[in-house]
Write a protein that binds this ligand. Structure first.
Ligand SMILES: *Cc1c(COP(=O)(O)O)cnc(C)c1O
Length: 381
C-alpha cells in the first residue's frame, strides 16, 4: 500500500543504497532526489551514522527511558544546543506524528485550553490527533470522527488567524513552509502575526519543522530565517538519517506543565546514537550551507532550462516545489522509470525535490537534465 501510488504500474524494488544512489533488484541505479521522504539528509548509509549505530548496537541496544542513558543524554544536550531561542525541553519519540501528538497534548495541558488552530493544506501526520490537525479530506475521509476542537484557517491570511485565535485557544500549529500541501512558504509577517496573537492570548505557537528543519532550507530551522521562535517545535524525518525518531522541543512554560505523557521506545539508545551522529555531521560539515548553495544552483538551472514549462517554482534551499502543467503522479513516475530520478509529489500538481542535503553539482545537473527530459517534453507530446 505505502508508496504504491507513484510506482503502481512499474514497481521499483529498492535493495541497496549509498549516498544519493539507490539500487533496485535488477541492478538499476536511481538518484534519490526525494531523500526517501527527506529521511536521509546525509545520504544513504552515511559512515558516521553507521559506525555510531553499530557501536551502540553492540554496547546496548535498548533500555527503558525510566533509566538514564548516556546516548539519550547526549542527544538531548545536542538538540537543546541547536534549538532556536529557549526551547530547552526535549521530548523524544518514534515518528513525526508522535512528535505532533505530544505537541498537541502538551499545549492543551500547559494552557488548560482545548481549541487548536491549524492551516488549510497543512499536513501534520496520520495518527488521530495529528490527522485532526491535517486539513485535506484525502487523508481524513473514512476515519471520522476525529479529535474535537480543531479549526482551520487559510494559510497566510493574517486577518483570518487573528479572528479565530482567542482566550480558548490552546495552540496554533503551522509549517513554516507547507510540505505535503504543495511547498507553500509563509511570509515573515504571517509568522510574526502568529507569534503576536498567540503571545497575546496565551496560546502555544507550534511550528511543525518535520520537513523544513535540520538544514533543509539552508538554516538549521526554517523559523530562524524569519526571526520567529515558537513555544513548541517538532522535528522527525531526517533526524536519525533513516532510523525512526521524532522530537518535540518546548519552552519551559510548556515543558514544566506538560502532564503525563510517555512511550516505551522513546529515546532508546540505538536511535539516539544515530541522531546524535546525524546532528554532529550536519553541524561539523556545515551541511545547511550546502543546501543553500546547491539549492540555489538547482533552482536557477531549472528556471533557466524549463521555467516556461512549469507553472511555478517555489521553496527554499533543498525544499523545492515545481508546479507542473499536468498530473504530478505521471511526471514522478516518468522521472523514475525513464530518467532514474526518484522525486516526490506534493499535492496533485507539484513535484517535490528534497534530495539529501549533501548532494553535489553533478547530482544537481542530473536532476535538471531529468526534469528537462520529462517536463520539457510535454510540449511535443
Ligand atoms: C512527514 C510529516 C509529518 C508526519 O511524520 P511521520 O513520521 O510520517 O508520522 C508531520 N508533519 C510534517 C510537516 C511532515 O512532513
Amino acid at each position: 500500500m505505502s508508496g504504491g501510488f507513484v510506482f503502481s504500474e512499474k514497481p521499483i524494488r529498492i535493495v541497496e543504497g549509498s549516498g544519493t544512489t539507490l539500487v533496485d533488484d535488477a541492478g538499476t541505479r536511481y538518484l534519490d532526489a526525494g531523500a526517501s521522504y527527506a529521511c536521509v539528509p546525509l545520504g544513504h548509509g552515511h559512515p558516521r551514522v553507521t559506525d555510531a549505530v553499530t557501536t551502540q548496537l553492540q554496547e546496548l541496544t535498548y533500555v527503558h527511558g525510566s533509566y538514564p542513558s548516556p546516548a539519550r543524554d547526549r542527544l538531548m544536550a545536542k538538540l537543546v544546543a541547536l534549538a532556536p531561542g529557549d526551547l530547552d525541553g526535549v521530548w523524544l519519540c518514534n515518528s513525526g506524528a508522535e512528535a505532533i501528538e505530544a505537541a498537541l497534548k502538551f499545549a492543551r495541558h500547559a494552557t488548560g485550553e482545548s481549541t487548536i488552530v491549524a492551516a488549510k493544506r497543512g499536513f501534520h501526520g496520520r495518527t488521530m490527533g495529528a490527522l485532526s490537525a491535517t486539513w485535506k479530506s484525502q487523508y481524513r475521509s473514512g476515519y471520522e470522527p476525529l479529535v474535537d476542537g480543531f479549526e482551520f484557517v487559510d494559510y497566510g491570511d493574517i486577518d483570518a488567524l487573528e479572528a479565530v485565535v482567542d482566550e480558548d485557544t490552546a495552540a496554533v500549529i503551522l509549517e513554516p513552509i507547507q510540505g505535503e500541501g504543495g511547498i507553500n512558504p509563509a511570509s515573515t509577517t504571517y509568522l510574526e502575526a502568529a507569534r503576536d496573537v498567540t503571545a497575546a492570548t496565551g496560546a502555544a505557537l507550534i511550528f511543525d519543522e518535520i520537513q523544513t528543519g535540520l538544514g533543509r532550507t539552508g538554516s538549521f530551522w526554517a523559523c530562524t530565517d524569519h526571526g520567529v521562535v515558537p513555544d513548541i517545535l517538532t522535528t522527525a524525518k531526517g533526524l536519525a538519517n533513516g532510523l525512526p525518531i521524532g522530537a518535540t522541543l518546548c519552552r519551559d512554560w510548556v515543558a514544566d506543565d506538560h502532564g503525563n505523557h510517555g512511550s516505551t521506545f522513546s529515546g532508546g539508545p540505538l536511535v539516539t546514537a544515530a541522531a546524535t551522529a546525524t546532528l554532529d555531521v550536519l553541524t561539523e560539515d556545515d551541511v545547511p550551507a550546502n543546501a543553500t548553495a546547491i539549492g540555489t544552483e538547482l533552482r536557477d538551472a531549472i528556471e533557466d532550462r524549463v521555467g516556461d514549462d512549469l507553472r511555478d517554482v517555489r521553496g527554499k534551499g533543498l525544499l523545492i516545489g515545481l508546479e507542473v502543467k499536468r498530473g504530478v503522479t505521471r511526471v514522478a513516475r516518468q522521472l523514475a522509470v525513464d530518467e532514474q530520478i526518484l522525486a516526490l509529489p506534493a499535492g496533485r500538481t507539484v513535484l517535490r525535490l528534497v534530495p539529501p542535503l549533501v548532494i553535489g553539482p553533478d547530482d544537481a545537473a542530473a536532476i535538471v537534465d531529468g526534469v528537462d527530459a520529462v517536463v520539457g517534453s510535454e510540449s511535443t507530446e
